[in-house]
Design a binder for this molecule. Sequence first.
Ligand code: BEZ
Length: 253
Amino acid sequence: MTIQTWDTQRYQAQHDFVWQYGAALIDLLTPQPGERILDLGCGLGQLTHALAETGALVEGIDADPAMIDQAQQNYPELTFRRADARDFEVASPLDAVFSNAVLHWVSEPEAVIQAVGRALKKEGRFVAEFGGKGNVQAIVSAVEACLHCPSFWYFPSVAEYASLLESNGFEVMFATLIDRPTPLKAGDQGLANWLRMFGDRFFANLSEADTISVIRQVEDRVRSRLYQNNGPNSGWIADYRRLRIVAIKLGDA
Ligand code: BEZ
């Protein structure tokens, strides 16, 4: 599997909505002081920090060393380490694993669920949000049509993900799919920035001129659905759909 790497400066400057929206997921987790919690796919560490502020004992892991370096610079008092969501280990069993906007990047969901299950105590919580079925569908369809290749993200339905959890020792307490239209920063450049940030794998083998041409074609295809003309506040609104889950690790039968 390709490990996604990131332009951390672009991510921090233009895509801060990723962790701003993630704050609601912390409410769903209801972290308690002293609980041991892992932030799976911590990125730049903003939500790891928010979790630590509740008094929980938090560690952040991410597959991308650049993210971990920047997270450690942002929050030197917190613990971060590089690890893969599919086979990470923890020193002792956790009260909860938390993950925001990460799991759609990992194309082996069952390996992730099993690693989470190994890391949790009995009755430990797995609270996650990521792209669900139909996420950024207009953008995905436009890119696929322009490049004649399938996209690489994993956007499961509630039924698909809940059943994976159940068949791997979890009880699903909550699972929902939420439409969350998401304004992209930088006005007219918003969709181009988003595609360069998150869709860079699509363009890996294209010249800069061809990349620009594909981005323009994608914009033309989705403009009527995703561009909002609103004077100085005009811009792109991405068709995000979140899958949000709370699952509890069952004990041995
Ligand atoms: C998401 O958070 O849903 C997402 C972000 C980037 C690419 C695809 C999906």
